[in-house]
Ligand binder design. Sequence first.
Ligand code: HEM
Ligand code: HEM
Length: 241
Amino acid sequence: MAGTVTSAGAAGASTGEARYRRIYVWQRPIRLFHWVNALAITALFSTGLYIASPVLTSTGEPYDNFVMGRVRQIHFVAAFVFAIAFMWRIYWFWFGNTYARSGFPYVWRLAWWKDLFRQAFDYLRLDFGHIHLGHNALAGLSYTIFIIALGWAQMFTGFAMYSESNPGGFFDGLVGWVLPLLGGSFRTHMWHHLFAWIFATFAIVHIYIVILDGRQYRNGLISSMIMGRKFVRVDDEDESG
Ligand code: HEM
Ligand code: HEM
């Protein structure tokens, strides 16, 4: 689904004109996952902080206000949305286009390690570097650690705490064993809380890097997560692997 676009005065063109291809990279399900995931995590993080430290206490009887109850309710709804979107993304890893699998940490392949270090040095030197239409190795690694691994950790600890309100119920049977494994309910809360801050750190670094990357490569990176298409110069070679 590539089209050719001509851009007058684009950087690096000796004639003052560079020719671009427009390539469909992020399919609709991937984009949908991205924004659902980003919104769910924002809701989970802010409601989670309130659960841990309820700064806004209401006056009057709790049953008239139900603030904490409502905040927990939002946290749980967002948690189910997060979990469903997560499974949906895993499905699209297998059934999506080639970019849906890009950046995956093939740690057993030398080429993946080379791409990882090359990308890190490109960022450090603010170098135009190498073209990736999908995720580069560094991005793929960070999504695997900070969204996939941490996402599982949040779901296991979160649903384990959730199961405490219904002993012997479905979630107790599914993940109730996590509580004794981590040393009890309090410690599970603390792990969940720690992971929440790692998510927040990821989000800040992620937003910084997409802005930097979009500026550096001039490839329409941010709009690509909205409309799906990226720009690449006709003579550039995609190194997504
Ligand atoms: C995805 C599934 C998730 C589930 C099922 C879940 C569930 C829960 C439950 C049951 C609690 C305890 C509520 C209480 O004690 O009243 C909790 C607390 C909390 N959650 Fe989640 N959560 C999930 C994901 C997340 C995510 C992704 C974040 C942050 C990005 C987050 C941040 C927090 C925080 C900060 C707390 C307070 C922990 C404390 O200090 O006690 N949660 N969550
Ligand atoms: C204004 C906010 C945001 C913008 C503009 C943005 C933009 C982007 C862009 C352009 C990509 C593709 C980058 C690449 O090629 O590697 C991406 C990927 C991704 N972003 Fe964001 N992002 C934002 C917020 C977030 C937040 C808050 C999270 C979660 C904490 C998040 C999680 C992800 C994930 C998991 C991917 C990989 C997507 C996939 O392969 O399914 N993003 N984002």
